[in-house]
Design a protein around this ligand. Structure first.
Ligand code: SR1
Ligand code: MG
Length: 402
């Protein structure tokens, strides 16, 4: 047993050497810290002779994005490794394999996915992933259904819920998504050019009413085990494979929060297109691809979820005629509302997205930010009226036409 300390690259090699049955004794190993997220150290360890490689992911006791002044529980490493194991049991092809978890060092040893790219980067490079919607729709349906009261014994669900009480990470979301963007908070990160748009957000009491409803759902609706941070930086991808990573924000929450996160991040890239291509036709065609993907993510999710419900629902009462339709209608509305909140936070809140922030042309970046805000606020405003995924697509199209 060792006491917690953040590993250096050299210490990561020593750690990897003592993992049984992995590397040859005394072989040459390389180590690189490759973490580019907001919170953790990520070491890529590779054996020169065989090319065999693994990832060591270690939680830091503070939020790396801000520094040591923002302490953060190491228990999130346990939550992440346990969530990965549950997700893998439900979707073996869609999650990296966890080899081991070390509670003392808050460290998870997992499959190296270096042959994939982070999806956010893939989208910025304007690649298309025709299997993504099917993969993520299936991931969402399996995970959300089988961890909810629809697909899991309800006493077992409550016990499982107890292992995913994640107050510190939930508080980050409660603040950064459901509070700070709607007031002049110190943590906000607002470019001077769009300050007027942020001030409009702060003054919009009708919007605040809708955000209050969404916030209350995030705080109280323990529908299913969520990933909790399912943006395109939490997805590794290549044309024939999708892997969901990083569920350290996992907790029992409203299903629409995860689905909305996926749609929001596709649409943030949609809003950013002017910054990534000068050719209007090519921009329009990539935007069409993104909108089609948004639609297919929902339709694959819905089809899979309905099939699971029809074949595996554990609750007699939930099989009442019409209840499935009622549930999915509400879920679509939650998805739209949460997608909107996720878009707004990435423009005025603390942590932004590279799709928009890395646009060099300031005028194009500003237009992307304003478009993302327009789509996001429109989703929040209208979420409780939306009846079909096509209406969501129509909102995005309409906002970009104006
Ligand atoms: C302080 S952490 C900031 C953001 O990074 C994570 O990926 C989550 O999205 C969180 O809100
Ligand atoms: Mg993350």
């Amino acid at each position: 047993m060792s006491t917690y300390h953040p590993l250096s690259e050299a210490q990561a090699i020593e750690y990897a050497r003592q993992i049984p049955n992995l590397f040859q004794a005394g072989s040459d190993l390389t180590s690189h810290e490759i973490g580019d997220g907001n919170l953790n150290l990520v070491f890529h360890i590779s054996e020169t002779a065989t090319g065999k490689s693994i990832i060591l992911k270690q939680a830091l006791p503070y939020a790396k994005v801000v520094g040591e002044s923002w302490p953060l529980t190491l228990d999130r490493a346990r939550i992440e490794s346990e969530a990965l194991l549950i997700e893998e049991s439900l979707n073996p092809d869609l999650v990296p394999h966890v080899y081991a978890y070390d509670a003392d060092l808050a460290l998870t040893v997992m499959e190296d996915l270096s042959d994939h790219v982070i999806m956010r980067r893939g989208l910025i490079e304007r690649n298309q992933y025709p299997l993504f919607a099917e993969h993520i729709g299936r991931f969402l349906a399996n995970t959300l259904f089988f961890t909810s009261d629809l697909g899991k014994n309800q006493q077992e669900k409550k016990i499982q819920q107890g292992r995913f009480i994640n107050p510190e990470l939930c508080k980050i979301t409660e603040d950064l998504i459901f509070d700070d963007p709607y007031r002049d908070a110190e943590t906000n990160n607002i470019e001077a050019n769009i300050r007027d748009a942020a001030e409009q957000l702060w003054a919009d009491s009708e919007l605040h009413f809708e955000v209050a409803i969404l916030r209350n759902k995030f705080l109280t609706s323990a529908q299913a085990l969520l990933h909790g941070d399912l943006h395109t930086g939490s997805i590794f991808i290549k044309p024939d494979s999708t892997k969901v990573i990083d569920p350290e924000f996992a907790y029992y929450g409203p299903m629409g929060f995860d689905i909305g996160a996926v749609l929001a991040n596709l649409l943030l890239n949609y809003a950013a297109q002017e910054g990534w291509s000068k050719d209007t036709q090519s921009r329009a065609s990539y935007r069409a691809y993104l909108l089609q993907t948004v639609k297919y993510v929902w339709t694959h999710f819905e089809t899979n979820f309905r099939t699971l419900w029809n074949e595996h629902c554990v609750d007699r009462v939930f099989q009442a005629p019409g209840y499935q339709d009622h549930f999915l209608a509400n879920l679509l509305q939650d998805t739209v509302g949460f997608a909107g909140a996720k878009m707004v936070r990435r423009i005025v809140g603390l942590a932004h997205v590279a799709d928009i922030d890395k646009i060099e042309d300031a005028a194009a970046r500003e237009r992307a930010q304003r478009l993302a805000l327009a789509i996001g606020t429109s989703f929040i405003r209208t979420n409780r009226q939306v009846k079909s995924i096509d209406e969501l697509i129509a909102i995005a199209t309409q906002e970009s036409a104006e």
